[in-house]
Write a new protein. Sequence first.
Lengths: 152, 367
Amino acid sequence: MAVTESSKQAQRKAVMAVLAHSEPSEISDHLNTIALPAHENLREPENGLVMVRGRIGGDGAAFNLGEATVSRAAVRLSTGEVGFGYTLGRDGEKARMIALCDAMVQSQEFAGLVEAKVIAPLRAAISAKRNRKAAEAAATRVDFYTLVRGEG
Amino acid sequence: MYVAVKGGERAIENAHRLLAHERRGDRDVPEVSLSQISEQLSLGVDRVMTEGSLYDRELAALAIKQARGDMIEAIFLVRAFRATLPRFGATEPVDTGAMRVRRRISSTFKDVPGGQILGPTFDYTHRLLDPQLAEGFSPEAPALGEASTAATPRVTDILGRDGLIEPSPVADAGTPVGDLTREPLSFPADRDLRLQNLARADEGFLLALGYSSQRGYGRNHPFAGEIRFGEVEVEFVAEDAGFAVPLGAIAMTECQMVNQFKGSATEAPCFTRGYGLAFGQSERKTMSMALVDRSLHARDLGEEVTAPAQDEEFVMSHSDNVQATGFVEHLKLPHYVDFQSELGLLRKLRKEFSEATEAPPMQEAAE
C-alpha cells in the first residue's frame, strides 16, 4: 500500500514537473484537445513568494539565497479528486491548469488521457529543448591535446 | 534632520511627468519591450534579480525599463515589489551538483570529470567593439556537439573525498536558517546570514573587496576551483499537497574558491574554501562573493582580522546598495533647518575667534 502511495506521488510529481517547465500557452493548447471533467477552483490562483535556499559550499547547511515569485492554485473535480498547482512566476492560470492536471492524474478515468494528450507531448518538447541546449554546451567543451615532441 | 516643506506638489508632479517623457526618449525611436530587455540585456536582468533578491525575469526587465537602465534604482524597485506579496515558505535547498550545466570551468583541474565547458562567455573575446552589432546582426546558429551523459561533480566534492579540503558546515536540524529579511543583523553573524547578505550585496562593492584581498589586504591565496552556470530544479514542500512539489527551474551561477591551507596540531592541513551563488549568469558576482566569503571566514579559522574584507560588521553593514543609496541620497532632501542652525553656530564661533585674537574680522564668504 505504502509503495503504491509513493509511486502515485512520484507520478504526480513527474507530471507537475513537466507542466511547471512548460509554457502556459502550450499547456492550454494541449488541454483544449480533451473534454475536461467538471471541476471547481478549491483555491483561487494566488501569487506569492518562496525563499530559494542554497547550501553552504554547495553541499552543506542551508542558507537563504533570495526569493522567487510563485503562483499556486487548487482544483477539485466533481468526482472528488483534489489537485494542486504550483509554478515559478506570476501566471495564476498556469497554476490552475497544473492543479487541474494533477487532479485528473489522480482520476482512474482521466489519468491515461492526460498522460497521452497533454503530458507526453509536453515532455517530448522539453526533452528536445534540453537536448539542444546540452548539444550547444557540448560544442564548447575543451578538448585538450598535448603536442608530442621527440623522434616519432 | 529634515522637515516637511509644503509647496512643492505641483513641481513634483511636473517633474515626474518630465521624467516619464525623458524615459521614453525620442518618440520616433521604437519603444523597448520587456522581452527585448529580458532576452538581449539578460545579464543586466540577472544582476537586478540577484541584488533585488527576487527571481522573476519579467519584473526585473520592467524595473530596468522603469529605472531608465539605472541598475541600483531597478534593484530598489524590485526590493519594494517583493514586500507586496505574501511568502508561502522556503524551498528545499537546491542541488547545484545536479545542475544542467551550460558552462563549467575549473582553473585547478584540466581534466575535471565532466569536462571544461566554456558555454556562452566573454572570456577569450578580444574586447573590440563590433560594428556589425550596430547594424542589426543575425548571428550564426550555435554549433552542436555530442552531449556527454557523464556526471559533472563539483570540484570541491572531489577534493572532499580525499579530505583535502575543509568540509562544508553540516546542517543542524535544531537551528533555523537565518534570514536577514526577517530579523535585523547582529554580530557576530553565522555563515548562513553572511552568505545571504553577500548574495544580495552590490557587485561593485564585493568586486572591490575581493580585489583588495587579492592585493594583500587579508590575503588568502585563492584558486577558482570551479565556476558553473546552468539550470537547477527547485522544489517546495507544499503543505496542502503533502509533499515537495516541483516549481520549475532557476538559472544560477556557482563559484567555489579553493584557498590555502589550514591545519593544526590535531588536524591535518587541508584547503579552505569560499562560496558564491547567485541567480542567472553572474560570474563576476559569484567570484567576488566567494573571495569575500573566504575572507569573512577568518574569524572561524582563527586568522588575524586585519583587513576590511575580513571585517564582517564592516562588510555586511555596507554591502547593500539599496540601504547605501538610501542613506547617501537622502542628503538631497531638504535639510534647511539643520543647515541654518549649523550656519548660526559657525557665525558664533567665528565671532568668538575674532574677538579672542582681537584681529580685525575676516571678510565673510558669500553664502
